[in-house]
Design a protein around this ligand. Structure first.
Ligand code: MGP
Ligand code: SAH
Length: 306
């Protein structure tokens, strides 16, 4: 992608400005824009422009974003109610962040004083809610992308919970053998917003590994697993996951809504399933087996990637 002309970002805009152009052609078409508003242009010309590439919009606090992402920006307060306090996002963060209301529902399954690992933490949507809602809950937030972890730290500070989260830049699959926790939270990549074009989203479609492998790796950490999944996920396959363990794990599935609109499916496994006897805290049972020393509350690890 060509570098973007920075001058274009200096615009007076009430909220959102659309550039009727591809990134490569920003310089030329922005000049046109000053002459004729896009809505008045000949429809044939507009069609030609559409073919040039993804349109970009300028939002004052985030810079240029594609029109696809602008859809998520319009939902910004449902993603982070404190968005205006300086929440930072990148493109993947926009379409992947778990809406706050849903993340709070996930968090409610943890109990006070437990250790939760958010294995694909992104910009922190879930990690923040675990740390915020559950007293004494300590969260380990892992993401392979250093920029995401940087944003997650910034976002956790906005919610005042940065001291309750250890942030780790690293590959979950490499770290997993060294991890123990009371609850594991999984919201891996679904392959981007195009996931919804698939009628039946099977577990092999998850990235960077298939859903069975992700679950199996997580299960070695704890049987108490929460998975946030696409709303078109193959429910039978999700249920099958509970049989990977012997004896099979308790299993519960729920639709996750924002204002009555289904955003995803959440699967719960193990002792966090409703009606289960509840969690026995790792801090109570595992100390004698030696929890890795980096699970000390308040300690922050960055760049732990081996
Ligand atoms: P969506 O379906 O793309 O948006 O994502 P929306 O507004 O429901 O789409 P519409 O076209 O039906 O109106 C819904 C939610 O799913 C997002 O807010 C994220 O929480 C989650 N989500 C979406 N994607 C593409 C991913 C992903 O790749 N990984 C994860 N973990 N979550 C995702
Ligand atoms: N629940 C998060 C969104 C997670 S999106 C939120 O609410 O903000 C999925 C994340 O998985 C992305 O940020 C991506 O960088 C990360 N990821 C992909 N592969 C990974 C891996 N092998 N280990 C750790 N994180 C990974």
């Amino acid at each position: 992608m060509q570098p973007i002309d920075v001058e274009l970002a200096v615009l007076e805009t009430s909220e959102l400005t659309t550039f009727p152009c591809s990134v490569q052609n920003l310089r030329r078409t922005s000049a046109e824009k000053t002459k004729t508003p896009p809505s008045l242009l000949n429809p044939k010309k507009q069609k030609r422009r559409k073919k040039q590439g993804p349109c970009r919009k300028l939002i004052p606090e985030q810079g240029l974003i594609t029109t696809d992402i602008a859809k998520y920006w319009r939902q910004r307060y449902s993603l982070f109610s404190r968005y205006d306090d300086g929440i930072q996002m990148d493109e993947e963060g926009w379409f992947s962040a778990t809406p706050e209301e849903i993340a709070a529902t996930h968090a409610a399954r943890a109990s006070s004083g437990t250790i939760v690992i958010d294995c694909f933490s992104g910009v922190g949507g879930n990690a923040i809610q675990f740390a915020l809602r559950i007293r004494g809950c300590h969260v380990v937030a892992i993401d392979i992308d250093p920029q995401k972890i940087g944003y997650a730290i910034n976002n956790a500070k906005i919610y005042g919970v940065e001291d309750n989260i250890d942030f780790i830049v690293g590959d979950f699959f490499q770290l997993a053998p060294f991890l123990k926790a009371d609850v594991v939270f999984l919201s891996p990549p679904w392959g981007g917003p195009s996931y919804k074009k698939i009628q039946n989203f099977t577990l092999d479609l998850f990235k960077p590994r298939d859903g069975y492998s992700i679950f199996q790796v997580a299960q070695k950490i704890t049987p108490n697993i929460i998975m946030f999944l696409p709303r078109n996920v193959d429910i039978n396959q999700v249920e099958e996951l509970s049989w990977l363990s012997s004896p099979p794990l308790n299993f519960e599935i729920e639709e996750s809504h924002v204002q009555g609109y289904t955003k995803g499916i959440t699967a719960y496994f193990g002792y966090i399933v409703s009606g289960s006897p509840g969690l026995s805290k790792l801090s109570e049972v595992v100390t004698s087996q030696g929890i890795p020393s980096f699970f000390t509350a308040g300690m922050r690890l960055l760049g732990f990637n081996h």
